[in-house]
Design a protein around this ligand. Structure first.
Ligand code: HEC
Length: 146
């Protein structure tokens, strides 16, 4: 029994080590001020800071990858959120949305933040949540550009 447990332990360790060689695809593109949401809306600096800190990791091509995002299997899970986040909303390609769609995204932006659904809860464990002050500053601004 004891030796069986040991074998399982060894297999698990090998699996974890091998996993580290599987690197999820990553895109990091320099900010294109012609298409970037914060650039084209001429967001004031304080707003840009809030949005970059709380949203851009999952909703832009400027994802910052701290060391733990390299550790599999956590890296697979994080990458999935980023891919999914960008699929729904990519601030780097803001001007590529037709006007009606962009207006709808802004509406969603307001709602998701107001209801506390964004940033995703799992993200806030390590990054901290959006403070109440930042939240209301952000909502007031989004309302002003709608
Ligand atoms: C950890 C990654 C992550 C972070 C950080 C994050 N989001 Fe998201 N976001 C997602 C994912 C995944 C989805 C799609 C699934 C869902 O709605 O839960 C999404 C969906 C959305 C949608 C819905 C888009 C649509 O039209 O379907 C909006 C709007 C949005 N996020 C805005 C924001 C804003 C604003 C912030 C910052 C305050 C933010 N998100 C932070 C991952 C993230």
């Amino acid at each position: 029994m004891k030796s069986k447990m040991k074998k399982i332990g060894v297999v698990l360790i090998i699996a974890l080590v091998v996993m580290q060689f599987i690197r999820p695809d990553r895109t990091y593109v320099a900010v294109d001020t012609q298409t970037d949401f914060l650039s084209v809306t001429q967001a004031p600096e304080n707003i840009a800071a809030i949005v970059k800190k709380n949203c851009y990791d999952c909703h832009s091509d400027q994802t910052a990858y701290p060391w733990y995002t390299n550790v599999a299997p956590l890296s697979f899970w994080i990458n999935h959120h980023i891919e999914e986040g960008k699929e729904h909303l990519n601030f780097s390609n803001w001007t590529k949305y037709p006007a009606k769609k962009a207006a709808h995204k802004l509406e969603e932006f307001f709602e998701e933040v107001e209801e506390g659904k964004m940033p995703l809860e799992s993200y806030t464990y390590l990054h901290g949540s959006l403070s109440e002050t930042d939240k209301s500053t952000l909502l007031t601004w989004v309302q002003s550009i709608r």
